[in-house]
Design a protein around this ligand. Sequence first.
Ligand code: KMH
Ligand code: ZN
Length: 285
Amino acid sequence: MPDDRLLITVAPTGAETAKADCPQLPTTLEEQVATAVECQAAGAAMIHLHIRDDEHRPTLELARLKDAVDGIREATELVVQLSTGGSVHDPLDARLKVLDAEPDSCSLTMGTTNFGDDVFLNPWPFVCELYQLSQERGVVPEFELFDLGQVHALHRLLDKYGLPAGGKVHCDLVMGVPGGMNGTADSLVAAVAALPDVTTSWSATGIGRSTLAVALAALSKGGHLRVGMEDVLTLSRGVPVESNRQLVERVVELGRIVQRTPMTPAECRELLGTSTAVPAGTVGD
Ligand code: KMH
Ligand code: ZN
């Protein structure tokens, strides 16, 4: 793949924003499929997905997760990544069951983080269990790193359990969460320098007002980008995001300025190893 390619992941919904506070947030299956279609057309290659119930509340209900995976696969070529982080209120066992929906990829956060006034719980045994399950099922993890300690935890995980399904190591720096590393160029440079040598690709996203600083720093360091209404709800002070497509279009333009071309979903599969992902233990058999 040409080395100017830019992976844009869209995270359209998240679990923390209420529909009542943001009616343009895509929460129904129809809205999420429509968002996926227009974000792919705008330049996204992967979708990081949280789903909602009929009352627009976060849910990990398996049938709905499967419907979302199927619906997005029918309408787009996007790599479908399901969140295993869920909301701060989701129990660990329900988060493990997300893999039953058979996504291409899953998020896998490398440690516990204070999350505003809440706690995003990721105890080490849970991280190890989820990782081993992803290896067994052939689901490619995206290692989500909210602070530098989690980068070091990733070294421990890979040392103990080996490479992910598909053989590639893709990380996403989630910066600017109140409780995690801040969303600055300095923090990004430190985190990228600490990534394991076996890392094959990384992206970054900055929450809220840090979104542009993080995107520009990531582009400067040759990284990839995640954007979406999970992470930011304003385009500038007082100007609300009207659609995820706007956020994708904005980073396509940033990428164009630094001579990066949006990656296709097929190129994203190659980058992440999802097309070749086989359960651990069968690699090389
Ligand atoms: N909603 C956050 C508590 C993930 O998707 O894996 C966790 C989160 C991470 O969004
Ligand atoms: Zn998420």
